[in-house]
Design a protein around this ligand. Structure first.
Ligand SMILES: Nc1ncnc2c1ncn2[C@@H]1O[C@H](COP(=O)(O)OP(=O)(O)OP(=O)(O)O)[C@@H](O)[C@H]1O
Ligand SMILES: [Mg+2]
Length: 233
């Protein structure tokens, strides 16, 4: 569904990614792992078109989208729940969700809202609450819920467990597993290697702007280098 072919990019003229190649098939949950500054968010920026490519190609459903604008990529069914969440703090939970489906007809918007509330009952309980009064975990649910309101075919999620207590991090990752089990294609960025691998089909490990390792999540969990460098075993 999504393929990156030798993608290089960076900020202004500072190169940060070097020949990054990866793919995500329809229905897969794939993790992009790596330490702080490895280039994970930058990779998502290249996929969403926020950063211009220095080289390489991004393909979605078999067609190059390298020349497609940020707005139009979203229209193709590619959506991100960003690292610095896209939540409007002075709007309610419901307001945030509705505004993410702006322009969508009422019936369809209601269906999407119900689906998000089914997935995250906590959000339904807090439907009238202002977003800036949500806990970190609830706010992350709202971030992902808002992305789902755009009814994507593929969802990119950037470090959903960042800053959350271990139990909340577990909750949010199992909710992502649920979303995946319902058929969504997901590219998940995480530093929480152990938990991410436990819910993923496959994974890529980045270091210094390059892909260092890739494989089936099960195999990576038993990989000596992954265990030493990322699992502390
Ligand atoms: N706006 C920017 N301008 C210049 N350099 C940047 C910018 N954003 C990120 N970088 C640099 O690009 C490199 C990769 O950063 P990136 O944010 O992609 O890492 P990351 O893997 O997402 O890390 P983290 O897990 O901390 O979010 C880092 O060296 C970072 O300092
Ligand atoms: Mg990041």
């Amino acid at each position: 569904m999504l393929e990156l072919d030798n993608v290089s990019t960076g900020y202004d003229d500072v190169q940060v990614l070097w020949d990054v190649s990866l793919r995500v098939e329809v229905g897969e949950l794939v993790s992009l792992l790596g330490n702080n500054g490895a280039g994970k968010t930058t990779t998502l920026g290249a996929i969403m078109g926020i950063l211009p490519l220095f080289g390489g190609d991004v393909r979605f459903r078999g067609e190059s989208i390298t020349e497609v604008s940020v707005q139009d990529r979203s229209g193709l069914g590619l959506t991100i729940a960003p690292e610095d969440d896209a939540v409007f703090p002075d709007m309610t939970v419901k307001g945030n969700l509705r505004v993410s489906a702006y322009g969508v007809d009422k019936e369809e918007r209601r269906r999407r809202l119900e689906r998000v509330y089914d997935l995250f009952p906590r959000l339904q309980e807090r439907t009238g609450q202002y977003a800036d009064t949500l806990s970190g975990g609830e706010r992350q649910m709202l971030n992902i819920g808002s992305a789902l309101m755009r009814d994507p075919d593929m969802l990119l999620i950037d470090e959903p467990s960042l800053g959350l207590a271990p139990m909340l991090a577990d909750d949010i990752l199992s909710e992502i597993e649920n979303i995946s089990n319902q058929g969504m294609t997901v590219l998940l960025v995480e530093q929480n290697v152990n938990k991410a691998l436990s819910i993923s089909d496959r994974a890529y490990v980045m270091e210094k702007g390059q892909i260092r390792l890739e494989g089936r999540a099960k195999d990576l969990m038993n990989d000596e280098k992954v265990r030493e460098s990322y699992l502390g075993i």
